[in-house]
Design a protein around this ligand. Sequence first.
Ligand SMILES: [Zn+2]
Length: 145
Amino acid sequence: MSQVKRIRLALIFLLIFGVNSYAGQEKMIKNLDKLKTLKIEFRSNIEILLGWADERFPYNITIACSYRSPEEQNRLYLKGTSTTTLRGGQSKHQKDLAVDIYFIKDKKIVPYNEDYLKLGEKAESLGLTWGGRWKKPFDPGHFEM
Ligand SMILES: [Zn+2]
């Protein structure tokens, strides 16, 4: 094979396989194992949602399924203020019917943007409830059934 042909092949390879990556890194969904504990109907909807998001958005995605301090930090970060009010009553997180999904770019959580809105609308089309519609707290990473 000639040098020119080899370079041309390399360029074609880049065009085809470079589309789904950014900054030289393949996209990935982190903590997929956390879906295991979810109720099966909810889980399959979340898997559809994640597959849909993975095809569209230039982010890594991370999943958190239970209330923990990292989630609290994430929520505060997304909201951009420290005056959050916790929702009263039992959380769907304790019933395996809620999940928190965050976009990650450059190893940081992506602040709320229109892609979270698109994700929320897709979730709603699957019959899920999206925390981005709530006021207290505004919780755009939260999805529940
Ligand atoms: Zn949540």
